[in-house]
Ligand binder design. Structure first.
Ligand code: ZN
Length: 1021
């Protein structure tokens, strides 16, 4: 039984991956965060619960619903309905003739003869990149789109319904009429018993959007054949009953992401309550609420498995990585509990005297409350007198529910002076803006635009603490080309003063005071500075720039002010001027995809690495906004961001028209997200297991502590754990993250996050406790790091080997009873093959022919710090139909990443967290373009310039709402392209349809399953 009323939220009306906008979630009513039962903090912001129960004697025993669906941890998994039990997999070797083995591992075909005349001339519209100019897109886009004009014959789908070229399976779908219920997530085509063909073409409809049917029936890929044979809703049939006449597996017969997510979503009826060790949280794509009752909210930390193998041998056999993904500042839902602040007063945080772990809900008090036993190392520590409290008859402290550290999995502590540098309270952080004013920067309009948005918009978005009234951030400005210009913005001056530094070898900041000022105090001077900078440099002819001295100057300025902070660098060209950090062009696109690419993707020297280290040690980070038209050498320069914990934003061929809105939006998001400065993170674990490897963007000077100039709510790190000893089977194991940091208001704090896992010696318990999203996040990061050390082929091979071994071990230990030759996937890992197939051909890992070296470096940088939600969308992009949005304010079910699922009368948005495409079918009702983009016809669409404009009709409103929801979910504006079916750019868009065969090679999901199955059988033989 739960204390208090159940939370009032509704998860059914919105796509599971999407968080609901506040207005839809709660109406206009304030909903207090969900608190643990009887939690009565004395802080004002946490009102006591109105109804109390059970006197705190016993914990409510709510099992998470997600656990109930699979086998219970202690029982043999139910292998009678595995996701795949198909006769195709039995006995005989699967046919592989369609795809030569060289392609089976997802390797891109970098065969020279693929493009005998060189790669296609279409530039890669990568994420943050822009396109050189719209006239490079191939055919002109004005007035000549043959698919939308004239009396073309009804289009046939450009691809056969079976992408593999195999015979299509077209049974009579509904001999007795349509089934009464369709599998969730699959939208049935309308059933037209008396209609031999599709309804009239949208183009012939009278004006008005009402002509958008729910789901067009004319789409070959959405024919009911797939739906009727869908095995995921199992049931009726055992393996023997599922026989299909076709010679190849149909895409509808394999586990699919959309269905898994939607089924998990349906099972989520109540909050996920963390009141016992080892509870597997809902999968990442679902929309759920967490109630912290001892272990942390999974948004802060997830584990690859919630049942820790008790011995190293089990890890070795299973090949399941043992790792944590940690996002210590993750954004929570509005109705979840932010870690409350604990104050231990003068004595400071209470910690185990031996292993230094912080107080948490799993420490056990003994001796009437005089000592506590550490859950990590089992040492007993005396309770400081100031902290003493009596125990109740169950051995629990009387103030259990009043103290966050005793009953919650995450809480914060106001640090004492011992936790500050030199035992001095820190100053609030400062932001420094360093603006490139060279010829390129001025000419593109960038200088003017940045100054304009800072003045009119951004300075009002400077961050403040949750309860703070105004921002305490001080700001400073410098500009640079071959020299650095500093500006004194002291309010008493009335007008800003410029000071030029041209000695770049021994950089110094020529201002003792007046460089960093409060924007509230100096707003007048700042405004006139931002007016004057564009004028001063309007006629700049300087094409060469410097960079390392600029960053060095930023560090010096922050050091001089004795504060942490951020250095925002806006840079347009690679630094080639004579100065430290000068670089030269080493772009060699032919090397990408070959054994030589690691040299290209590694820094050419350590100058920027050293700068990053200096940043991290001084509590600051560099956020780099690059606007290159040519090679920039991000592999080298990006090091300063990687080591300091900063971020790279990339705008190729910047123009205000195409990118201005995105730049402004990204800067606002950057300012507004929760950020910790001058941070130090440490992971502690129970005796017998310990952190061994750390992945992410940070700096380390020893084997245990991660140092971040800054870390924010969008960032995560992965920590691999290694067995040092055998763990007691059937016990628990604990992990605790401690993040020491300076808040935006200058307060030194600790955030403590604790997670309890169970321990197991049985594979049949291990597999059902796996969290695939975390496993994929970890595998992705390992692969990204390997790109700099290994070859693309060996990275792919090792991922395949790992996946095959994971599944083979399951087959061997958990599913012996099944027929040899069957492919059996554990419930929790049934999407492993599709995710691995997708990762293997992802552009970060393989590149594509038109992806630049800088794009690759940027991708690697982003993925290394990406949280699980981010990698999940990157690996399997989300697709929503837009043409159904006229009547429904929220999209119907997501679409699988298969081209055949796109109706040519439809419009869809696809996003992977880094880029967004809107795809318009060739037979889309022309009014869609009018109602959404405000253009007279599709022939006016320019892929990069097109926007969902604000128009007064429901479709426009709903499309814009959806796009904004996606942006908020990813916390990124994302570059948007509007692509029309059969447009030359469509091939780039198809690259994100990861279940299909890759654009540059790489097996389709179904083909990869064959390959993986063969690998598994080889292992088992
Ligand atoms: Zn301890």
């Amino acid at each position: 039984m739960l204390a208090g009323p159940p939370p009032t939220y509704n998860t059914g009306s919105i796509p599971p991956t999407m968080h609901q906008p506040p207005s839809q979630m709660h109406g206009n009513q304030y909903q207090p965060p969900i608190l643990p039962p009887n939690f009565q903090p004395n802080q004002q912001q946490f009102p006591p619960q109105t109804s109390m129960m059970n006197n705190g004697m016993s914990q409510p025993s709510v099992q998470h619903p997600y656990l109930n669906q699979g086998p219970s941890p202690s029982t043999q998994p139910d292998i009678s309905t595995p996701p795949i039990m198909n006769s195709q997999f039995q006995g005989t070797q699967p046919p592989l003739h369609n795809h030569p083995p060289s392609n089976m591992n997802g390797a891109p075909s970098y065969k020279q003869n693929q493009y005998p005349n060189g790669p296609p001339s279409v530039p890669h519209p990568y994420p943050n990149s822009g396109l050189p100019s719209s006239n490079n897109f191939g055919p002109p886009t004005t007035g000549t789109n043959p698919h939308l004009q004239g009396s073309q014959p009804p289009p046939h789908n450009p691809l056969p319904s079976n992408m593999n070229g195999a015979p299509s399976y077209t049974p009579s779908p509904y001999p007795n009429g349509p089934p009464s219920s369709f599998p969730s997530g699959v939208h049935p085509p309308p059933y037209y018993p008396n209609m031999p063909g599709p309804p009239s073409m949208p183009g012939s409809q009278p004006n008005g959007i009402s002509s958008y049917p729910g789901q067009p029936p004319s789409m070959p890929g959405s024919q009911p054949n797939g739906i009727s044979s869908y095995p995921g809703q199992p049931p009726s049939s055992g393996p023997g009953q599922q026989s299909f006449p076709q010679s190849r597996i149909d895409a509808d017969m394999v586990p699919n992401v959309i269905q898994v997510v939607e089924q998990c979503q349906e099972k989520i009826q109540e909050p996920f309550i963390t009141n016992a060790p080892g509870l597997l949280p809902p999968i990442v794509g679902t929309n759920f609420i967490c109630q912290d009752q001892g272990s942390c909210n999974p948004r802060f930390m997830r584990s690859t498995t919630y049942a820790m193998p008790n011995a190293a041998d089990m890890v070795k056999q299973s090949n399941i990585p043992i790792a944590l993904s940690i996002s210590p500042l993750a954004k929570l839902r509005q109705d979840e509990l932010e870690p409350p602040m604990s104050n231990f007063g003068e004595i400071g945080p209470v910690r185990c005297h031996r292993c230094k772990a912080y107080m948490c809900s799993f420490m056990q008090f003994i001796d009437g409350g005089k000592r506590f036993i550490c859950c990590f190392c089992e040492a007993a520590t005396d309770v400081p007198q100031e902290y003493f409290n009596h125990l109740d008859h169950s051995g629990r402290r009387m103030d259990w529910y009043q103290r966050p550290e005793l009953c919650l999995g995450s809480y914060e502590i106001v640090a004492t002076k011992q936790y500050c540098k030199d035992e001095k309270w820190p100053e609030p952080p400062a932001f420094i803006f360093m603006i490139d004013v060279s010829y390129n920067s001025v000419r593109s309009g960038l200088v003017n635009y940045i100054c304009h948005i800072l003045k009119t918009d951004l300075l009002d978005y400077l961050p403040k603490d949750k309860n703070g009234e105004t921002s305490t951030v001080r700001i400073g400005f410098a500009t640079f080309d071959k020299q650095i210009q500093f500006y004194n913005i002291k309010t008493s001056l009335g007008q800003p003063q410029m000071m030029v530094v041209s000695d770049l070898e021994e950089i110094f900041v020529p201002l003792l005071e007046g460089f960093l000022c409060s924007p509230q105090d100096s707003r007048g001077v700042i405004n006139s500075l931002l007016d004057q900078i564009p004028q001063t440099f309007a006629n700049s002819q300087e094409t060469e720039t410097i960079l390392a001295p600029v960053i060095q100057a930023g560090i010096q300025a922050l050091k001089g002010a004795n504060c942490s902070g951020k250095i925002y660098v806006f840079s347009t060209t690679m630094p080639i001027a004579m100065a430290p950090g000068k670089l030269s062009n080493r772009e060699d696109k032919k090397a990408l995809g070959t054994e030589k690419e690691k040299t290209l993707l590694s820094p050419v020297n350590n100058i920027y690495t050293k700068l990053g280290e200096e940043c991290a040690q001084n509590g600051c980070a560099v956020d780099l906004f690059v606007f290159p038209n040519n090679y920039y050498d991000l592999a080298t320069i990006g090091e300063v961001c990687r080591i300091s914990g900063g971020e790279i934003y990339k705008f190729n061929y910047f123009s205000i028209e195409n990118d201005g809105e995105r730049l402004l939006d990204e800067l606002k998001r950057n300012f507004q997200r929760t950020t910790a400065f001058d941070a130090l993170m440490r992971v502690r674990t129970s005796t017998g297991i310990g952190p061994i490897d750390f992945l992410g963007n940070f700096y380390m000077t020893n084997a245990t502590e991660m140092i971040f100039g800054t870390i924010d709510s969008d960032k995560s790190v992965s920590v691999e754990l290694k067995h040092e000893d055998k763990l007691p089977a059937d016990g628990n194991t604990y992990t605790q993250v401690a993040l020491l940091y300076t808040s935006i208001s200058g307060q030194r704090r600790l955030r403590i996050i604790t997670l309890a896992l169970t321990v197991t010696s049985s594979y049949t318990t291990l597999y059902p406790a796996c969290d695939l999203d975390t496993i994929m996040n970890y595998i992705t990061k390992v692969a990204m790091r390997s790109v700099l050390m290994s070859t693309p082929k060996s990275i792919r091979d090792s991922i395949i080997t790992q996946a095959a071994n994971m599944l083979a071990c399951y087959r061997k230990h958990c599913a012996q009873a099944t027929t040899a030759g069957q492919l059996i996937l554990p419930e929790t890992l049934k999407l492993l093959p599709v995710y691995v197939a997708s990762l293997l051909k992802s552009d970060a890992l393989t590149g594509t022919l038109t992806l630049t070296t800088d794009d690759r470096s940027w991708l690697i940088h982003r993925l290394m710090s990406m949280n699980i939600k981010g990698t999940s969308a990157y690996i399997y992009p989300r697709i929503y139909p837009l043409h159904t949005l006229e009547e429904n304010s929220i999209p119907s079910s997501m679409i699988r990443c298969l081209y055949e699922r796109f109706a040519d009368t439809g419009a869809y948005v696809i996003e992977n967290g880094l880029v967004m495409y809107i795809w318009l079918g060739s037979q889309l009702d022309p009014t869609f373009v009018q109602y959404v983009f405000g253009l007279p016809s599709a022939s006016h669409i320019q892929p990069e310039k097109c926007r969902a404009v604000e128009l007064d009709n429901p479709l426009s409103k709903n499309v814009r709402t959806l796009l904004n929801m996606i942006r908020d979910e990813r916390n990124s504006y994302m570059k948007l392209f509007v692509i029309q079916q059969r447009d030359p750019l469509e091939s780039f868009f198809k690259n994100y349809l990861v279940e299909d065969k890759g654009f540059t090679g790489g097996a389709s999901y179904v083909d990869f399953l064959y390959h993986l199955h063969r690998e598994i059988r080889n292992i088992l033989q």
